[in-house]
Design a binder for this molecule. Sequence first.
Ligand SMILES: Cc1cc2nc3c(=O)[nH]c(=O)nc-3n(C[C@H](O)[C@H](O)[C@H](O)COP(=O)(O)OP(=O)(O)OC[C@H]3O[C@@H](n4cnc5c(N)ncnc54)[C@H](O)[C@@H]3O)c2cc1C
Length: 301
Amino acid sequence: MRILDAIRSSKPSVSFEFYPPKDGATFGPLLERAARLEALGPGFVSVTYGAGGGAEGAGRQAASIRATEELAGATSAPRLAHLTLAGHSRPELVEVVGRFLASGVDGFMALRGDPAGGPSAPWRPVPGGLTYAYELVELIRDRTDLPIGVAAFPFGHPSAQSLEHDAVVLARKQSSGADFALSQVLFEAEAYSRLVERAARHGATLPIIPGIMPITGSVRREKLELFAGGPLPEELAERVEQARRAADPDELTRIGVDWCVELVAELLRAGAPGIHFYTLNSSAETEAICRGAGLAPLSAN
Ligand SMILES: Cc1cc2nc3c(=O)[nH]c(=O)nc-3n(C[C@H](O)[C@H](O)[C@H](O)COP(=O)(O)OP(=O)(O)OC[C@H]3O[C@@H](n4cnc5c(N)ncnc54)[C@H](O)[C@@H]3O)c2cc1C
């Protein structure tokens, strides 16, 4: 239960999410970054799971599983295994859960995954597969007592009937056995407070950890809004555009780090139990934010 201990601790938890290498072969850089970030004392680390069917999907899924397994050799931090139901039949999901359990993971992140056309494209389950993430929570819960995390959306899931229904969905995941939620990327603390308040009104009282993402020198406003599922705060959008017009990637990175340092402080003041970093496999900005926000243990300074 190391993951839940970290989330429930009086000290804010930090956690780091990586994505697997696209070619599925070169795991070295990912593992090096995970090892480097271990000095920041993460409550858990994870690797995203490649949703989707066909040979390409199978290759991405194999890379996610292998990267999650190999993290064990790179860091002693607890490992949270992402798993999507998209592209898998029920027997395949049972098999992957078994493989993760055999590799000694410390918890699961139970997700639907997106259709090949993106988050807003029409969703169709594979024959013999599951439809909603809460069903995957149930499937995992039937096999283990390990902690299970689920996704939460500050601006609502793109195909949600309404924000209120999204909160009902989160409550359903909790009653199916989920222990905590990780949010989609946030750039403002108010969106987090609104999410927590809405969720609680519908009975979703599980800890919700806000997700934040460093802004690196190459990323565009549209991409940031896609990650966040909502508009950037106007002040941040203006600063990002200024730095882009000045073709100054270092300035853009600095703006992103400063913004996230302030955001972390606001999120913790708003009661967030920890901060989840979508690291984009980059350790430098994540480290800078952790240190700037005082999230790094003293020994790591
Ligand atoms: C922290 C985090 C990590 C992620 N990691 C990954 C990853 O590793 N790999 C990946 O491919 N994707 C990942 N995603 C993206 C995620 O898979 C997509 O956002 C996906 O579209 C929704 O997944 P979900 O688990 O929220 O699905 P669900 O909870 O099933 O929700 C999907 C849609 O169905 C609706 N719905 C759910 N239950 C019901 C119901 N009972 N009745 C009616 N409607 C319902 C919801 O309102 C929503 O519109 C992640 C997202 C987050 C926030």
